[in-house]
Write a protein that binds this ligand. Sequence first.
Ligand SMILES: Nc1ncnc2c1ncn2[C@@H]1O[C@H](COP(=O)(O)OP(=O)(O)OP(=O)(O)O)[C@@H](O)[C@H]1O
Ligand SMILES: [Mg+2]
Length: 319
Amino acid sequence: MSRHSKRDLSEFGDLFMPDQADEPILPPPVRAALLEWLTEIWADKELLAVGIKPRRRAMFEGPPGTGKTTLAHHMAARLGLPMLAVRPDRMIGKYMGETSQTIGALFEAARAQFDGSPIVLFMDEFDTLASDRRKAGQAADNDRNEYVGTLLQRLEQYEGFLIAATNHADWIDQAIWRRFDMHITVDLPGQEERERILARYLSPFGLPALALARLAEAFSSASPALMKTVCENIKRQIVIGPRLGSDMGREAVFARILTSVHPHPDLGTPRLWSLGAKDPALTVMPWPLPLAADLPDVEAAEDDAAGQDVVVPFGGRRP
Ligand SMILES: Nc1ncnc2c1ncn2[C@@H]1O[C@H](COP(=O)(O)OP(=O)(O)OP(=O)(O)O)[C@@H](O)[C@H]1O
Ligand SMILES: [Mg+2]
């Protein structure tokens, strides 16, 4: 064991506790994959009896702001475990061999923890550590080859749960890629998910079904994170606009929001940003926004399937 084995886990990133987790709104195939994984972890003893172990390593792939970190945290919470979100900037070192050593120290610390109270290890921006090895040449490449090799070995030996996330799945080293039992694509949301995301983040305000559907169409190709930001800005405007004496007309409010909130250019331009405050979705939107509780045809914004929130402690059984 190296001298690094005594390093504290918090040196490598941030600890996320189970009670702080949110459930991301995801399309049915992703939810199904997650439930399958949870179920096999809960059934670990039955699986062991037939000679297999639950899968331990998953890679979440997809564009920024689609809920990969949120999903990892939610997964950990459903297992009743804290999650260590490893910070890539704490892993990459300046000196030759430093990154490799830090990777070793991280896995030693996680393993020591695993024997006592386990955690889920979450490695965000995984491509920064695991992008493919180059043919050895320059010193930086040699260093990279070394730490990618170390990461590969450590991944193989690690017994705990590990989730990696990346926006650049195609950059990941192939050998490392193969060490993951599961690859889950967390893509941009479809119309149905967009409606649910808007309803969640507009709450306590709400929209009648038709207006909600129109607004969700205007956000096509937007990430959940972008939709959340717009919804928060709408609510912020509703609260602070009148104090500032701002024009609180619908068009004026949206014009202000759309000047300060922009989608990343790489992800395409959702219609709302092409048409701006003149978007037809806004013309069918009741204004001022009604409270969800006052709308007859709006069910509770939160639609988490029954029982989904139950936290089953690691090693426990699904109730
Ligand atoms: N599918 C979703 N449902 C509900 N909220 C979401 C969803 N995806 C993202 N969000 C919200 O957007 C914010 C950013 O999400 P998160 O950090 O999980 O995205 P990410 O995929 O990890 O992004 P990145 O690739 O940039 O790390 C969070 O506040 C989260 O609540
Ligand atoms: Mg993330």
